[in-house]
Design a protein. Structure first.
Length: 429
């Protein structure tokens, strides 16, 4: 470690002392000012042992000169010195632009409150009493070095943020000007027309897919259910063996229909939004359709508990049916076979809302999946569940957002989960 002197004080020869030089940026520099060499030696030894560079001054005038040249990180300043005392030295440091932000800690033998207040009034940030205690000096020096560094970092970040804001404002202006210019160009109008045509073509394809593919699948599923019911009514020794492949085929069709419905809904909501209006919808009819959407052998597992006086609710019926069907399908798929699944309906608090809960007795949702359970493509790890595209809960979230509602997953003690969907009533969507 090195001290920096114009001249060495009497009795203070040291192998560390070198001519005045520019300090390295990596090492913190402390300017120590005291007219008593013995006091300086104590402070120097303490600071050097802890990796700090020390610059020494024997008077107030010398301290001002050192501070302007070396730009220390902190000043330890004796109060009582001949000539320019510590208070006046500090005041002058605070008037010099290059040194006004350097923290000053006073060293004083005074213990009276007025003396301490005078130290702060002169511009000091702290004080230590003489004779100095090494641990106290180090603690206060390290504290104010840290605070000073943090202040400089904050100032740098604020300056960077200000520059970024100016750049963003300029960029926004440039983009606005460019957008106006491009909006007036014939080329942009042509591009917009082509885009509109592509969207219209996509809408036609979605409608065709919905009608030409989904309807035959629904018809096939209904036919399989009718055939299975008819065979069951015939009785006979091999009845179960005959019905088993029909039930498997029915399950596959239900899964395909559900995936297709989700994919079509996702494509529509992601690209062009959903144009179906909010309508007064009969609640019992909606719930009945949702339960009927489930596989025939799973319907007996579903219980509906209604604690609302509402006969009709304001929803987009097709979307709400799809969302509730997805929640029920999910609960059935991720619950033990034969375990009950509850669909609960109740009134929400202010503002008026309808609350729909689907409660299961499954293993619950893993903690690492909870933050992204409603993201597209997220699937649980239950081996009993059917493989899918991970669109079900994503569709639920999008439907809830379109209704300006909320959706959450909470535990269902002692086992399972509750998917709680809150849909506001009496608002325009």
């Amino acid at each position: 470690m090195h001290h920096y002197f114009v001249s060495s004080p009497a009795g203070m020869s040291s192998p560390h002392m070198k001519p005045w030089a520019e300090p390295d940026a990596e090492v913190r520099t402390i300017l120590t000012v005291d007219d008593q060499p013995a006091n300086l030696r104590v402070v120097i030894d303490c600071l050097e042992r802890h990796g700090l560079r020390v610059v020494v001054a024997l008077s107030g005038d010398e301290a001002l000169e050192r501070a302007r040249y070396v730009r220390p990180d902190l000043v330890l300043l004796d109060v009582h010195m001949p000539g320019l005392d510590g208070f006046d030295t500090c005041r002058q440091l605070k008037t010099i632009p290059s040194t006004q932000d350097i923290p000053v800690i006073f060293m004083t033998s005074a213990t009276e409150t007025p003396d301490k207040l005078a130290a702060f009034a002169a511009g000091g940030v702290d004080y230590v009493t003489k004779p100095v205690n090494e641990e106290e000096v180090l603690a206060r020096v390290n504290t104010h070095l840290t605070l000073s560094a943090l202040r400089r970092q904050l100032e740098a970040k604020n300056a960077e943020l200000a520059r970024s804001n100016i750049e963003l404002e300029q960029l926004a202006i440039e983009r606005a000007v460019r957008a106006r210019a491009e909006g007036e160009s014939a080329g942009l109008r042509k591009l917009l027309e082509e885009r509109d045509q592509m969207l219209a073509d996509r809408e036609d394809m979605l409608r065709l897919l919905a009608h030409e593919v989904r309807q035959p699948l629904n018809n096939a599923s209904a036919a399989l259910q009718s055939a299975s019911a008819a065979i069951a009514g015939l009785g006979g020794e091999h009845n179960a063996d005959i019905r088993r492949p029909l039930l498997r085929a029915e399950h596959v069709l239900d899964h395909v229909i559900g995936t297709l419905n989700n994919a079509l809904a996702a494509a529509t909501m992601l690209t062009s939004g959903w144009t179906e209006p909010i309508a007064d919808t009969d609640l019992d009819t909606l719930i009945g359709l949702v339960v009927h959407d489930m596989a025939a052998e799973d319907r007996s597992r579903i219980t509906v508990e209604s604690r609302t006086a509402m006969r009709t609710v304001q929803v987009q019926p097709l979307l709400m049916r799809l969302a509730l069907s997805n929640l029920l399908s999910n609960a059935l798929a991720y619950s033990p076979s034969g375990s009950p699944v509850q669909l609960r309906i109740r009134d929400g608090e202010e503002p008026p809302a309808i609350v729909l809960e689907v409660a299961d007795r499954g293993e619950g949702i893993a903690a690492d999946l909870l933050p992204r359970v409603f993201d597209k493509g997220t699937r649980g790890r239950n081996a009993l569940a059917k493989a899918g595209a991970g669109l079900g809960l994503y569709i639920v979230r999008k439907v809830v957002e379109l209704h300006r509602g909320s959706i959450e997953i909470v535990p269902n003690p002692p086992r399972g989960s509750i998917a709680r969907m809150t849909i506001p009533q009496g608002i325009e969507v």
